[in-house]
Design a binder for this molecule. Structure first.
Ligand SMILES: Cc1cc2nc3c(=O)[nH]c(=O)nc-3n(C[C@H](O)[C@H](O)[C@H](O)COP(=O)(O)OP(=O)(O)OC[C@H]3O[C@@H](n4cnc5c(N)ncnc54)[C@H](O)[C@@H]3O)c2cc1C
Length: 414
């Protein structure tokens, strides 16, 4: 069924129930390609395997429900303002895919390019920001450096008092950045993939790999054994667990990353505000809630909760910058388990186990990359090698030492 205004009217008049957005098939005994993990990346990979790479029998295996991992827990910021040319090229490709995604998948992902504004809290911060902005401009990214007065014109709710704990010395904005609806991204890919014949299997946990010699030729699952021509994994915080099952280790640590929302308000904040030095960021959802967060809980964990001291730091940072939000009530707080690489860049491409391909290490900022992560994983699974965009993100960079150190480069967490 094609979604359209006319279809909405037809359904409304007829009172007929909507067709399910995707099929609920039985797990088959074999596929040409199996993708583990039904988050945005895994679902996108399955879609592009079928739609772009022409692979015929494809399945996505999700142990819970699709989009129930970090895809449904993130704060939905999309942007491509990265420092290194290889990162900027990849994230900007993702942003361009996002810009056409509602149309391409016939599903409103509610992309709102309201801008992402980063703040500098000292002259030193602002100097570094100038350097980053110059690098981003050379990378072809649409960023603008803003003086303190220009920042104030953009967001006058910020604390510009002379004694502010985090004084504002300037900032920079990427106007094409913004937010998109996270669930809709997962659902859009699932629906489009399912319509092309991809089996989206929920409640199916991968518990091991089937090997012929060194080669991965299938997976063991809670619903039985499945053989596969090629296997891809897109399991975010559980990448280390899956790699362990396949017999290798990854330079990845899993942490809880938390976020929270306030009670809903009338429209009050029309952009995404980020503080590079503190890591705090806030935006206003379409429902009116303020959505905000900061950095990682600073110890490895698989708990999807988040600890209280970090929650307090997040709230305190936000209130220092937005004193007007002081009397708001908190509505919800949660966390996801994110997969952080040592250089804060992802790992994409062939794994040490032949037949198994990886898409992981997106850490605190992989929602914005869901389309490109899926696109590149699909490409790698179909060809056995790399696209030029994924080559710099091969696992081999940890042995060659050619890291893409975005933590030191762009220094922005999300
Ligand atoms: C609080 C928070 C805020 C964030 N904010 C942003 C942001 O503003 N912008 C941004 O770009 N990114 C953000 N991120 C990061 C972003 O959410 C992730 O990088 C991204 O969603 C990862 O997508 P994914 O599809 O790889 O993983 P997930 O969505 O986590 O999907 C992986 C799936 O694999 C499944 N799985 C795991 N093990 C198995 C198994 N053995 N068998 C079968 N299935 C399995 C899981 O159940 C899960 O559904 C944030 C993350 C969090 C937690």
């Amino acid at each position: 069924m094609r979604y359209s205004a006319m279809q909405l009217i037809r359904q409304g008049i007829s009172g007929a129930p909507w067709e399910p957005a995707w099929r609920t098939p039985e797990l088959a005994a074999s596929y040409d390609a199996v993708v583990i993990g039904g988050g945005g990346h895994g679902l996108a990979a399955a879609y592009y395997l079928r739609a772009v790479q022409g692979v015929k029998r494809v399945a996505v295996l999700e142990r819970g429900w699709i989009g129930g991992g970090n895809t449904g827990r993130n704060t939905t910021i999309v942007r491509s303002n990265y420092f290194f040319p290889e990162s900027a090229a990849m994230y900007d490709f993702a942003l361009r895919l996002y810009e056409g995604l509602s149309e391409a998948l016939n599903y409103n992902i509610m992309l709102s390019q309201r801008g992402v504004l980063n703040l500098a809290h000292s002259e030193h911060d602002f100097d570094l920001m100038r350097r980053s902005v110059n690098a981003m401009l050379l990378n072809g990214i649409d960023v603008e450096l803003l003086s303190a007065a220009q920042v104030q014109r953009e967001v006058d709710l910020l604390n510009f008092a002379p004694d502010a704990r985090f004084p504002i010395h300037g900032g920079f904005v990427q106007r094409r950045g913004g937010v998109a609806r996270h669930d809709a991204v997962a659902w859009a890919y699932a629906r489009a993939a399912s319509a092309l014949g991809v089996d989206v299997i929920q409640g199916c946990e991968v518990t091991g790999f089937v090997r012929e010699g060194d080669r991965v030729v299938g997976v063991e699952t809670s619903l039985g054994r499945v053989s596969a021509g090629v296997v891809g994994m897109s399991v975010a915080g559980h990448s280390g667990v899956l790699a362990g099952m396949a017999g290798f280790r990854l330079p990845i640590t899993s942490y809880a990353l938390q976020a929270m929302v306030s009670e809903p308000l009338k429209p009050i904040l029309n952009t995404v505000v980020m503080s590079t030095a503190t890591g705090m960021y806030v935006s206003q959802s379409d429902k009116g809630e303020l959505v905000f967060g900061q950095g990682l809980d600073l110890y490895p964990s698989y708990g999807q909760r988040g600890n209280l001291p970090v929650a307090q730091t997040i709230v305190a940072s936000m209130l220092e910058m937005f004193p007007a939000f002081r009397r708001l009530k908190m509505l919800r707080q949660w966390a996801g388990v994110v997969d952080v690489c040592w250089d804060y860049s992802p790992i994409i491409g062939p794994s040490p186990a032949p037949g198994l391909f990886m898409n992981c290490g997106w850490g605190t900022g992989g929602f914005k990359a869901s389309p490109v992560g899926g696109w590149l994983l699909a490409r790698s699974m179909a060809t056995g090698g790399h696209h030029e965009l994924s080559r710099p993100f091969d696992l081999g960079r940890f042995t060659s030492g050619r890291l893409v150190d975005e933590a030191a480069g762009a220094g922005i967490a999300h």
